[in-house]
Design a binder for this molecule. Structure first.
Ligand code: GLV
Length: 321
């Protein structure tokens, strides 16, 4: 009997074609996010789940899916999945590392440049007819070139962000759970610093650590107060690593200059006080959202699922059985 897979969100035709060669596919191509009860019902007779970060795979869902063998997340982050519950049941969990590093790094750079030069704020002003002529001191931004880039989280994406800094002649400092090897530091021209030195030293602080209970509200009022009043914070990783209420206070009070945000606590809802601020660029979690990258992510997840169903160890397993 062919194994059954549930695909919870809309994917690409080639992803479904590939899956259909190996499994019986039930897919939610209407793309309405399934609520936990609907997800549990659909998963009850499936051996595989291909899901997105909008799906919560918790202990309850796992208990409701007695045949489940693999959860293939279409994301590099997997904080939507209760890894311990899956591991306890011998369920393989996979993610999609590598294929999205460059696109996500590009987006972090869009936020760096967009906040520094006030791109979205000024575009809004042009559309609103506020531009009446050139002035020397008009809508001044800050320089990115030769500034200090601080990267908090030097995994693959952090490294791709650091690499791009060379073209802007920036000084790069970073903090990470583990220091990266000396050769990589040399290639990235990046200096390892303590957490406090990173917060105090960065002109642009980019957050790129995974979200977990340990990184919840890693940046709150105390951390923001250590940053330069001219500093810009970029969160292109996960909502929840920043205390958004504290960030709004800091942006309103001039504790830091600006923020570029692709992710929010409780997204797609966001703190409504952000909307009133000009010194913030707000994007709808599009870090990896280019056509090529999203296609690659979906195929990576599909290959992981099929490998696990075939009894192989999938390339991107994140738990051990
Ligand atoms: C996107 O946010 C991802 O984790 O892939």
């Amino acid at each position: 009997m062919r194994p059954k897979i549930l695909v919870t969100r809309e994917v690409f035709d080639e992803t479904l074609d590939f899956l259909a060669r190996h499994c019986e596919v039930e897919s939610n191509q209407g793309d309405l996010a399934l609520d936990p009860a609907a997800l549990a019902i659909r998963l009850a007779d499936k051996q595989a789940l291909m899901c997105a970060l909008t799906d919560r795979v918790d202990a309850r869902l796992v208990a409701a899916a007695p045949q489940l063998k693999v959860v293939a997340n279409i994301a590099v982050g997997y904080n939507n999945i209760d890894l311990a519950a899956c591991t306890a049941r011998g369920i393989i969990v996979t993610n999609t590392p590598g294929v999205l590093d460059d696109s996500t790094a590009d987006l972090a750079w869009a936020l760096i440049l967009g906040t520094a030069r006030r791109v979205t704020e000024l575009e809004r002003r042009v559309r609103a007819g506020e531009w009446t002529g050139w002035r020397l001191k008009q809508w001044l931004g800050v320089d990115v070139h030769h500034a200090t880039l601080g990267i908090y989280g030097m995994g693959r994406i952090g490294q791709a962000i650091a690499k791009r800094a060379a073209g802007f002649d920036m000084k790069v400092i970073y903090h990470n759970r583990n220091r990266v090897d000396a050769d990589l530091e040399r290639r990235l021209n990046a200096r390892f610093v303590g957490r406090e030195e990173l917060l105090r030293g960065a002109d642009f602080l980019v957050l790129q650590m995974p979200y977990s209970p340990g990184t919840h509200h890693l940046i709150g009022a105390a951390e923001l107060s250590l940053m330069k009043p001219t500093a810009i914070l970029v969160n292109s990783t996960r909502g929840g690593v920043v205390d958004d209420a504290a960030l709004v206070d800091a942006l309103e009070g001039g504790v830091i200059r600006a923020a570029g945000l692709d992710v929010f606590e409780g997204e797609p809802k966001l703190n409504p006080r952000f909307l009133a601020l000009d010194n913030v660029v707000l994007l709808p979690h599009i870090g990896s959202s280019t056509e090529a990258t999203r296609r690659a992510m979906a195929m990576t997840a599909a290959r992981n699922a099929v490998a696990a169903l075939s009894g192989e160890v999938p390339p991107n397993i994140v738990n051990s059985r």
